[in-house]
Write a protein that binds this ligand. Structure first.
Ligand code: ZN
Ligand code: ZN
Length: 382
């Protein structure tokens, strides 16, 4: 099934996306990892969150799953022979609701400590949507304008959209009361684990290495390319609540930051196995991969940078027309439009930074004729 492991046994079957599946993975050195596919209870293209449970110094869980899913997590923990109260710590790979949404319930119910990257705790008091949706570049203002003008994205339809919003508010409010037991730093080790900061998809993303494995959270996923953040500028309220070494937003956000973090995973060495937070199993098959998946994700973005420039060609082009050219119609309906636009914005910000394009005063995009992105990628991966 996978050469990276001595044994992989399905203890409980799930649906074709893997929801509610439980799998026991045994490493070559005999370490046993149980993974529980915790469903998200609203429609999500990413599928369940794969929570990983193992004994090192006590019992460690990596990721807790989404808001509202704690009872399913707890039931899975019992199913593999532990009690939720046996858990000593839950390592949150990053502060997105499908990873830390149930961590508070777990901590409250069991006394387990929440572990996360050092910066996580400082972001908890803030609504992640507010942190990210501040116009930090000219092209982000254009993105807001396109979303505002899109009839479908603003369709009053949408009991679905309003329940999504309500749920997000609920999550943000809940998180304000989390107590972080331990903030981890780059390179820190504990009980056979080594932590790596891997910002870009999320400012607080961490990967956890153990026994020839890297738990990648959403940093590296099979089948799908994780969404990069766009450039961010913290407001004074956020900065004043953070130590100075977190103040440079470029260290934590944007496509360049994400690509650097991907290369850090590649540098772990090609034989290292990836255990991701989504899509470990999907469409009735397992996706066991190595860190070479991170190379594929870098290649995907490198290709997209070139593709955006080719779409601009010799005449000024708008963000919207590039986005509609790159993504299929299906990927541009409703709330997806914002995700698609911001994906392109992340690429445009990088191309702008390295001098391949210019954002004009009317926010149209012009190719400068340079192709510095090629050098940028080869310096990165060199
Ligand atoms: Zn995420
Ligand atoms: Zn996720």
């Amino acid at each position: 099934m996978s050469e990276a492991f001595k044994d992989v046994t399905v203890l409980r079957q799930g649906d074709p996306q893997g929801n509610r599946m439980i799998v026991r993975i045994t490493t070559h050195s005999g370490l046993v990892i149980h993974t529980i596919a915790v469903p998200q209870d609203w429609p999500s293209g990413t599928g369940p969150t794969w929570a990983y449970l193992f004994e090192n110094e006590g019992l460690t869980l990596i990721d807790a799953g989404a808001v509202g899913s704690y009872s399913m997590l707890a039931e899975g923990i019992r199913e593999v022979g532990f009690q939720p109260r046996d858990i000593d710590r839950v390592i949150v790979t990053h502060g997105h609701q499908d990873h830390d949404g149930a961590a508070g319930d777990l901590a409250k119910d069991t006394g387990a400590e929440i572990w996360a990257h050092d910066i996580y705790e400082h972001l908890l008091p803030h609504n992640p949507w507010d942190v990210q949706r501040k116009a930090a570049s000219a092209i982000q203002e254009e993105m807001e304008r396109v979303v505002k003008n899109d009839k479908e994205a603003n369709a009053p339809d949408s009991s679905k959209m309003s329940s999504y919003r309500a749920r997000h508010e609920d999550y943000v409010e809940k998180r304000r009361h989390y107590h972080v037991g331990h903030g981890v730093g780059e390179g820190e080790t504990f009980g056979g684990l080594t932590f790596m900061h891997a910002p870009g998809h999320s400012p607080d993303e961490i990967c956890v290495m153990m026994d020839g494995i890297v738990f990648t959270g959403d940093h590296v996923l099979p089948e799908i390319t994780p969404h990069p953040t766009t450039r961010t500028l913290y407001g004074d309220d956020i900065k004043s609540s953070m130590p100075a070494h977190f103040h440079d937003e470029r260290d934590f956000y944007g496509l360049a930051t994400y690509l650097k973090s991907l290369q850090k995973v590649v540098d772990l060495g090609e034989e290292v196995a990836v255990l991701p937070a989504h899509r470990l199993f999907n469409r009735n098959k397992f996706n066991f991969q190595t860190v070479s998946r991170a190379t594929e994700v870098i290649d995907h973005h490198a290709e997209r940078l070139g593709r955006i420039l080719r779409r601009i060609g010799t005449k000024p082009t708008t963000l919207e027309s590039i986005t509609r050219g790159v993504f299929s119609k299906r990927k541009l309906v409703g709330g997806n439009l914002y995700m698609a636009l911001s994906e392109i914005v992340a690429h445009i910000e990088l191309l702008d930074e390295i001098g391949d394009l210019e954002v004009a005063d009317d926010q149209s995009l012009r190719w400068t004729g340079a192709e510095n992105h090629k050098q940028f990628i080869s310096d990165l991966t060199g």
